[in-house]
Design a protein around this ligand. Sequence first.
Ligand code: GDP
Length: 282
Amino acid sequence: MHFQWYPGHMTKAKRMMQENIKLIDLIIELVDARIPLSSRNPDIDDLGKNKARLILLNKSDLASEKGNEEWKKYFEDKGFYVVKVNSKNGNGIKNVNSVVQDACKEKIERDRKRGILNRPIRAMVVGIPNVGKSTFINTFAGKACAKTGNKPGVTKGKQWIKLNKNVELLDTPGILWPKFEDQLVGLKLALIGSIKDEILNVEELALELIKFLNNHYKGLMEEKYTIPEIENNAFALQNVAESKQCKLKGNEPDLVKAANLIIDDFRNGKLGRITLEFPDKS
Ligand code: GDP
């Protein structure tokens, strides 16, 4: 799902979020494990203060294990509960339930002291477009889940998915707008496919990816595409075009085709598990 953002969208998204946040105990925030900071909007920290917080490093299957561990620790140090998940195949999802209980233990204790027993924890999923919110809700809730809340035929109002006797999940996720103002953030969002490809220069994007891979995953490009050692990013793109038979009429290398190939391979995990940013150690 691709989104274009206009001020009107943002205002509406924020207003919806503020309304929904009043109803819940726990925020389940999805970030993309390949770019955990660039794929989040820190406004949620303000919107969600006083709520229990769980961060899911989603698409952890596409990010490096070392990166996943570093980011888990980074967010835990900041006081979040964190679980690494793959919402698509369900890996890590079973850990989410117990962490939800853990994250809400203060609320459960508060209720108990007031004599309120078994009031379900109410949670909502939030995240930027394409981070995997719908996939997560489907996998987490499973097929057998019951919708609660509204009487049949009444479409207005909130729908709650009863996950078990203790937890209910708002069925519509909250959409956070990414922060593309920072060029580097915009670039990383583009690489993971969160920005419409039509508005991007794929060659530039591929060159940036090549530069990053050559710095942080040395030798990977050469191995995957059987090209000579990289000395110059533009030559490397040309070499990939030749090696992969991306040709224009007249046998010219088709650099756009090669660029698209590299970007697609990255997005589909064919270049391996790649984390594009690491926590600042300073
Ligand atoms: P939403 O816009 O946040 O609701 O995102 P979607 O749930 O529509 O997911 C966007 C894309 O990411 C879809 O193609 C999903 O199949 C894919 N996706 C979601 N979660 C994962 C994951 O953990 N791993 C991988 N590899 N792909 C995922």
